[in-house]
Design a binder for this molecule. Structure first.
Ligand code: HEM
Length: 456
């Protein structure tokens, strides 16, 4: 990659392909392929037709599609000429102060603030709270049932965990309203950003306004409580962010920044984690060998606990095999379908020009299914994560300066949940067909109903 010089500019050309119809471009075809879970084939067809670097138009923006592989991933994550910028629809729905649209010092400032809450030293204080939520959920929704539908239940559980830890929001009318608005908001997150009545996008915009209002109210309320010594700075993400100050002692983040970035954490953290747990359950239903190893690891931990004693951070550090199963699940079913960046100046990749202002899109699965990186890529094999992965090859949490800051948070929720699931239940899949769609997160067929047997 290098900045185009006058000489190389003459030589390099825009990648092959077409930009399709104005505004719509290839967005509808791409979204249809995501919803039908044929996006890998859709992308592969383009690669077969135009090669590993091609042009198209997605979400109202001219886009360069990269086939993936470590060189392309490295360029996407580390090139100073590419900037994180979300599809226009995401930008409109979340707002302009979100970390997803920032770069350089501004990005570091917001990211540093979020990490003050998401770093392991802080999270270790929250394991007990997560453990209590998981137990209560299983008590209310799993025990005594012969069948359950996993994905909606896991969405509910991760939502309850994340809204408690991020916003200090517990059961009640406000949380129920937020749950509904979140669904509406996500439905139009990746869509054509034209605000016409009755479209997914307009419904999504309306829902995002209500979510913003709710979070603004919570933020102002907590601000007052902190001022009067009625809340602890470590109660939740919002109180933590409100308590951070700059060198002059002023609040480090504005209320708008706090609201928009709490929204990002909610969106980025909730569905992705529930997808991971759901697809681990799906995998383990038909994988007795890995299930037996996982049960053994978890029972070893359970047997050193008194009845009802919550899990602690130290217990999570012993769940090494369980986390490898999670990583292998993420490799095969990455919750995020890929990463977008925008070129801030004309640049070159593999002899092609990527013009300033164009989007670059890279799908995670291209790399995850590359046999030169992952031997027998279709095989579920957690042992591949026993040794470190080559750089820029495991893409589930992204990479470079925007690598997922919520990874430890997601790990905590996943490990605690899987601990309680495998030490108390056995299950079988109800549906023979084992497929899923993306909308935009992977959604298992019929929500993954399972037959349940309780054994402890
Ligand atoms: C299994 C669960 C999760 C997966 C697979 C996941 C995946 C990702 C990926 C791939 C990115 C980078 C996107 C890019 O660079 O293009 C990302 C960014 C991000 N994630 Fe996660 N995530 C998960 C859980 C969480 C959780 C629990 C939180 C917060 C509580 C979170 C907060 C964020 C934030 C704030 C960013 C933006 C980072 C930045 O721009 O610097 N994520 N995530």
């Amino acid at each position: 990659i290098h900045l185009l010089t006058t000489r190389s500019k003459k030589k390099s050309k825009v990648p092959p392909g077409s930009l399709g119809l104005p505004v719509i471009g290839h967005t509808l075809g791409f979204l249809r392929s995501l919803r039908g879970n044929t996006s890998d084939r859709w992308i592969q067809d383009r690669i077969n037709r135009y090669g590993p670097v091609s042009k198209l138009s997605l979400f109202c923006t001219p886009t360069v599609l990269l086939a993936g592989g470590p060189a392309a991933n490295k360029m996407l994550f580390f090139s100073g000429m590419l900037r994180q910028r979300q599809a226009r629809s995401v930008h409109r729905i979340i707002g302009e102060k979100s970390i997803l649209d920032l770069h350089g010092d501004e990005h570091c400032r917001i990211r540093g603030a979020l990490m003050e809450f998401l770093k392991p030293d802080m999270l270790r204080e929250y394991v007990g709270r997560v453990d209590a939520k998981v137990r209560q959920h299983l008590e209310e929704k799993w025990y005594g049932r012969s069948t359950v539908t996993v994905q909606p239940l896991m969405r509910q559980l991760t939502f309850e965990v994340i809204t408690s830890l991020l916003f200090g929001l517990e059961a009640g009318a406000e949380r129920d309203a937020l749950a509904e608005d979140l669904v509406r908001m996500l439905e139009g997150m990746f869509s054509i950003a034209v605000n016409l009545p009755l479209t997914r996008f307009s419904r999504s915009l309306k829902a995002s306004r209500r979510v913003r209002q709710l979070l603004e109210g919570i933020t102002v309320d907590k601000q007052a409580k902190l001022r009067h010594g009625k809340a602890s700075p470590n109660n939740d993400l919002i109180t933590r962010l409100l308590s951070l100050t700059d060198q002059q002692g002023n609040q480090l983040l504005t209320n708008q920044e706090i609201v928009e970035n709490s929204m990002v954490a909610l969106i980025a953290g909730h569905d992705s984690t529930s997808v991971l747990i759901t697809f681990m359950v799906r995998q383990l239903a038909n994988d007795p060998v890995n299930l037996a190893r996982m049960v053994q690891e978890q029972q070893e931990i359970a047997k050193n606990k008194a009845h009802g004693e919550p899990l602690a951070w130290e217990d999570l550090t012993k769940m090494k095999f369980t986390w490898r199963v999670a990583q292998e699940t993420l490799r095969l079913v990455p919750p995020l379908f890929g990463s977008f960046r925008t070129a801030i100046q004309d640049m070159e990749f593999k002899g092609y020009c990527i013009p300033k202002g164009w989007q670059v899109y890279l799908s995670s699965t291209g790399t995850h299914m590359d046999p030169t990186i992952f031997h027998e890529p279709a095989k579920f094999d957690p042992s591949r994560f026993e040794s470190a992965m080559p750089p820029c090859s495991f893409m589930a949490f992204g990479g470079g300066p925007t690598i997922c800051p919520g990874m430890e948070f997601a790990k905590m929720g996943t490990l605690v949940t899987m601990h309680h699931l495998v030490t108390h239940f056995k299950w079988k899949l109800c549906c023979k067909e084992n497929t899923y769609a993306r909308d935009p997160f992977p959604a298992a067929l019929h929500g993954l109903p399972i037959k349940l047997e309780q054994y402890m």
